[in-house]
Every structure is written in C-alpha cells, then in structure tokens.
Design a protein around this ligand. Structure first.
Ligand code: GDP
Length: 411
C-alpha cells in the first residue's frame, strides 16, 4: 500500500494494488488526495477520479499527517466522508517517534473513531492497520467489486489502426477514470473501466488527446509507448487495421508481447469497411499465420471501433485470456497426460541415444512455465517440444497465452 509519498503535496499517480492479510484479500486504491474547491484543471480531473474510487470502495482510509495535526481542511473532508456512510478507518501517518504517536489522540476531534497511528518509515503500526482493514471485510464485500483483481490491458498497434477510437468507444460508459500524466512528455493516460463488477485498467493509452505531431515523431512514440504499456500489462490487445496488411513493425510488437510472456488477443479493426468478409477473413488468417509469432494460440476477433460492433465481446475474451494466464495444472494431472503424449509419440532417438522425459511440472503462471526433467536435454529436438506444446494446448487450453517449456537434466 502506498501510504507514504516522498514528495509533499499531492500524489498524482493513482495506483491499484492487491493485498492479502490473514485470509482476506482486498484491493487498495491510492487516490491523488482530496482538494477543496479545485481550480487547477488537473486537480479538478483528479477529484473526479477520487469520487469514483470512493464510490467503488467498501472501506475508506482517511490519512492525516500527524506532523501537521488536524487542519480545517481535514475537518471538512471528515464531514464529507462521514456523509458517504461507509466504513472509515482514520489513520495518523508519520508517527515516526513517540511524541508523534501520542499526537494521534488529537485526531479524535474528527469524530471518526479511534485512529491507527502508523510510521511507514519505521514500518510501525502497519500490521495493526491491516488487521483493522481485514476486520469485517467479507461481510462488506457484497455488492462491491466481485474480484479484487484489476486486469491490466495494453492496447497496442501501429498509428491509425484505431486504438484511440476503441478506447473512446469503450469510454461511452460513464464509470471511467482517466488518469492523465500531466505536464510531461508522456502523452498517455491510464483508463480504468468497470464492467460487470470487474475492474480493467487500460495502461498508457494514447488518444483522448489528439496527436498533433509530425509523422515521424508519432511513429517513434508509438513503439516506445507500446513497449512500456506491454511491460505493465497482464495481456495485450494487438490491434490491426483489417484494410491494411501486417508489416514489420507489427511483428516487432508481437514478438515483444510474446517475449514478455504476456497474453494476447488479436483485434482486427475497421471491420465495417470490409466488403467481402468471408474472403477477407481467410486472407487475413493466412497472413497472420505466416507473419505473427503467436498466431496459433492468439484468439482473433473482428471489431469496429467506429460502429462499436463486438467491442464489448472483447471483454469476454479479456476475461478468458486473463484466467487462462493464471491457470495452474496440478503435477499429478500433468504427468498423467505427459505419459500419454510420450507413449503416443515417443521422443526420437538422437545421435544413437534415446532421450527420455521422466516427469514434468508447472512451476509458474502468467506465463505458464513447465519444467521437464530429461536424461539429456541436448537430445531433445525443438520440434519435439513443439509437439508437447501442442499437446498441452489441446488438453489444457491456455488460450492466448504463451507457454514456456524448460528442460532440466536428471539422472
Ligand atoms: P490510433 O492512431 O491507432 O489511435 O487510431 P485512431 O483511433 O486515431 O483512428 C485512425 C483513423 O481511423 C481515424 O480517422 C478513425 O476515425 C478511423 N477509425 C478507427 N476505427 C475505425 C473503424 O472501426 N472503422 C472505420 N471505418 N474507421 C475507423
């Protein structure tokens, strides 16, 4: 939980984190802070996102700096929070020494009950705070977010494929948080959407602001932005213009998504412009199979950001790929299947020696990583690993998710 921020003043980055404590899982939203009567447009925007965060949370932590004591603004905010009729935990921060810890008794005047004093600097009081948060949480969760997880999605693709149009179409919804990075070269925003009580964060999304830059700059920017956004995401939507072909730059981005171990969905946009849909589907599928490294496992969806056709189907795919990326196959089940794959098609003999796979296990999720123990890892050919990957997919799925297979020697 980011409770302490090194700069004084306002924390502009809002971050979402997930935390488990004594069997209770919750997500924490760090808002940018509450400001009375904002004048600055950036601050004004932030206040809108604070309101949404307040609305979506079941418990509010109100942080008051013990060094400053209770200010008139704190009193106004305390009244506002009380009117929301939610559970409020009053937190006195920066209780870095015994005097400051005592100062927490000043906070009683806010009428929000007993304060918890914490010192993030000395890591004191944090456990008490977690206890307090976890208390009663399951009972309060009804009607709030179904899952604490936020699915982080990157929308990537070349300029003009329709990324901004897609995000704008999704934003037709009212429950959206737009987090701009003000006054920097980062001409991007984080967009948070809720849909069916799930949270989605579209990270580092360009658009919403029009791009008035020279062409070359835009091209350069879009790659750097795509890479950054892919690193932060759980899965990427690789957007392509159905009326255009796949070029080198698409392949680069595709390779990066795979190398980063991220899930992927291929969205063919501008489908409204395609006349013969059947012929185009075949042509595009062939081209994807030829050029894109994840074509065999990535789900494909045709959409139109302009007419909104199927854009909400995208959420079903996002949920599916996300849950596939989290899937864990038990070692016993995996080995049952493995033995069958091995007997259906035994590993070929190499350099006069027989290679053997003894057993395997999934050691990681997101991306799923399997370790196979063999008598000699140098004997197993790449094509045999591909066979195994295909078997894993046909028995266990992992739609949209890259699979890693590692070999280890074992006598
Ligand atoms: P970005 O650079 O990837 O963000 O692309 P934009 O969203 O700015 O879209 C580039 C152009 O394509 C704009 O003129 C859009 O109006 C147009 N466009 C985007 N999506 C669609 C679509 O689904 N159908 C059609 N016909 N035009 C689209």
């Amino acid at each position: 939980m980011s409770i302490v921020h090194p700069d004084s003043g306002i924390t502009r980055d809002r971050s979402y984190g997930k935390r488990s404590w004594k069997g209770v899982t919750f997500s924490v939203v760090d808002t940018g802070g509450i400001v009375e009567n904002p004048v600055d447009p950036v601050v004004h925007k932030m206040q809108a996102q604070v309101r949404i965060a307040l609305d979506e949370s079941s418990t509010l932590l109100f942080l008051v700096d013990l060094k400053d004591g209770v200010t008139p603004a704190d009193k106004v905010i305390a009244d506002q929070l009380r009117s929301l009729a939610k559970r409020i935990i009053l937190v006195g921060t920066k209780a870095d020494n015994p005097q400051l810890e005592l100062a927490k008794s000043d906070l009683y005047e806010l009428g929000l009950g007993e304060p918890v004093a914490i010192s993030a600097l000395h890591n004191r009081g944090v456990e008490d705070l977690l206890d307090e948060i976890a208390k009663d949480l399951p009972a309060l969760s009804e009607g709030h977010l179904e899952e604490a997880a936020v699915v982080k999605v990157a929308i990537v693709g070349r300029p003009n494929v329709g990324k901004s149009s897609l995000i704008n179409a999704l934003i037709g919804e009212e429950r959206v948080i737009v987090d701009e990075q003000p006054g920097t070269t980062r001409d991007t925003v984080d967009v948070m959407l809720t849909r069916n009580k799930k949270l989605y964060l579209f990270a580092d999304t360009a658009g919403l602001r029009r791009k008035a830059r020279i062409r070359r700059e835009v091209e350069h920017f879009s790659i750097a932005q795509a890479l950054r956004s892919i690193k932060r995401c759980d899965l990427a939507i690789m957007m392509l213009d159905a009326t255009a072909g796949i070029v080198e730059q698409d392949c680069r981005i595709a390779g990066f998504i795979k190398d980063q171990g991220k899930g992927v969905i291929i969205a063919l946009n501008k489908w409204d412009l395609i006349e013969d849909k059947r012929v185009s589907t075949k042509r595009l599928k062939d081209e994807l199979a030829l050029k894109l490294r994840f074509a065999p496992y990535a789900p494909l969806i045709t959409i139109s950001a302009a007419t909104k056709q199927r854009i909400f189907k995208l959420f079903d795919l996002i949920n599916e790929v996300f849950s596939e990326s989290q899937k864990r196959i038990s070692t016993s089940e995996f080995n049952e299947h493995l033995q069958r794959w091995l007997s259906d098609k035994p590993p070929p003999t190499s350099r006069g020696r027989k290679s053997k796979i003894l057993f395997g296990t999934q050691v990681e999720v997101q991306p799923p990583n399997f370790i196979l123990f063999t008598n000699d890892r140098n004997l197993l050919h790449f094509s045999y690993l591909r066979y195994l990957e295909n078997q894993i997919r046909s028995d266990f799925g992992f739609k949209g998710v890259p699979i890693r297979i590692e070999l280890r020697n074992r006598r």
